[in-house]
Design a protein around this ligand. Structure first.
Ligand code: TYM
Length: 336
């Protein structure tokens, strides 16, 4: 397979965990930017299936979710010929580099990760070491491919910071081995909140399905979920600190229509939340519909999915080999 990555373009890389059906939050915070960036840059997008086993699931479920997430990446229009689109576990070097980087990460700095604290309180019966070292595997994903830029939602900012710190520490000892990645966090959509608890982020693993719009939801389901979104009793569409539910819906509406908050306030002046929610639901449904249709089409073509995943893994492996050779030599492993 020909190498489609061009030397003088920036390397843009990002992953999504195979931990459930992706949500509107994933789409507005990450996928939409991935799609926009995929035309101009050397892009590497992956399904983080290794990360997904920090939470226990049935083998068949993990397999199905991984394939579905991969199909979703293809449905986004991330051209698998021009970009590298693959599954993390198909390139074993992610795990190898993560081990090496474990030894260059301080226990204290890993302990400060807010997502670890958060997730370990949610899964108190399974606080495994993988949950703790999760950001180091993520650093390996990024550093393995010399990413210049990592488009993510706001919740991944701290993980990007630790990846940069680990890379700088390693480079400080061995010279310039790793490129220092820059996060890209969009101005809009970087933090889409739960529809039921607008103080928490919208999450694909939330047990309350009414809290998120999933990218596979039908228009009817989207309308129902947005209708039941938590708001307040003021019945005034305006952006204000204490109106978390309305702020979230305004943010979503703004991402889908391109309108700024002033324009949205004007559009709904004198109207109630019923009208506003109906408009938000319609805008979301229209935004998602083509993606859902393409996703269903691609999911029906397993041979295509398999061929793309195979060629993606081969291309990723070639890049990973280059970095791993350097890392192994620098650290002092005996090479034959
Ligand atoms: P994950 O799977 O939780 O989410 C994938 C992407 O979606 C963004 N996102 C959101 N953006 C806005 N609002 C939300 N409510 C929302 N929920 C999720 C996330 O910020 C992310 O960009 N650890 C990562 C996956 C990963 C990764 C990497 C990312 C593994 N290796 C290397 C970048 C680079 C994660 O769990 O994302």
């Amino acid at each position: 397979m020909e190498n489609t990555q061009t030397e003088n373009k920036k390397v843009v890389l990002s992953f999504v965990q195979a931990s459930g059906t992706p949500t509107l939050g994933n789409y507005l915070g990450a996928f939409k930017n991935w799609h926009n960036m995929s035309q101009e840059n050397n892009c590497i997008f992956g399904v983080a299936d290794l990360h997904a086993i920090t939470v226990r699931s049935q083998p068949a479920d993990l397999r199905r979710r991984s394939v579905e997430m991969y199909a979703m990446l293809l449905a986004l229009g991330l051209d698998p010929e021009k970009n590298i689109v693959f599954l993390q576990s198909h390139v074993k070097d992610h795990a190898l580099l993560a081990w090496v980087l474990n030894c260059y990460t301080m226990f204290g700095e890993a302990s400060r990760m807010t997502q670890f604290k958060d997730k370990s309180s949610k899964h108190a019966d399974n606080v495994n070491v993988g949950l703790f070292t999760y950001p180091i595997l993520m650093a390996a994903d990024i550093l393995l491919y010399g990413a210049d830029c990592v488009p993510v939602g706001d919740d991944q900012k701290q993980h990007l910071e630790i990846a940069r710190d680990i890379a700088e520490r390693f480079n400080g000892i061995y010279g310039n081995v790793f490129k220092i990645p820059e996060p890209y966090i969009g101005k809009k959509g970087a933090k889409i909140m739960s529809l039921q608890e607008p103080e928490s982020k919208m999450s694909k693993s939330d047990p309350n399905v009414k809290s998120f719009v999933s990218l596979t939801d039908s228009t009817d389901v989207i309308v129902k979920k947005i209708k039941s979104a938590v708001t307040d009793s003021e019945a005034k569409v305006c952006y204000r600190e204490d109106k978390k539910g309305i702020n979230n819906l305004m943010n979503i509406y703004s991402c889908c229509t391109g309108l700024d908050f002033d324009a949205i306030e004007k559009e709904f002046e004198g109207k109630g939340y019923g009208d506003f929610k109906a408009a938000v639901a319609e805008a979301v449904a229209e935004e998602i519909r083509p993606l859902r249709e393409e996703y269903e089409r691609i999911l029906g073509d397993q041979a295509y999915i398999e061929a793309c995943a195979k060629s993606g893994a081969e291309k990723a492996q070639r890049l990973a080999d280059r970095t791993m050779n350097k890392v192994m030599k620098k650290v002092g492993f005996y090479r034959i």
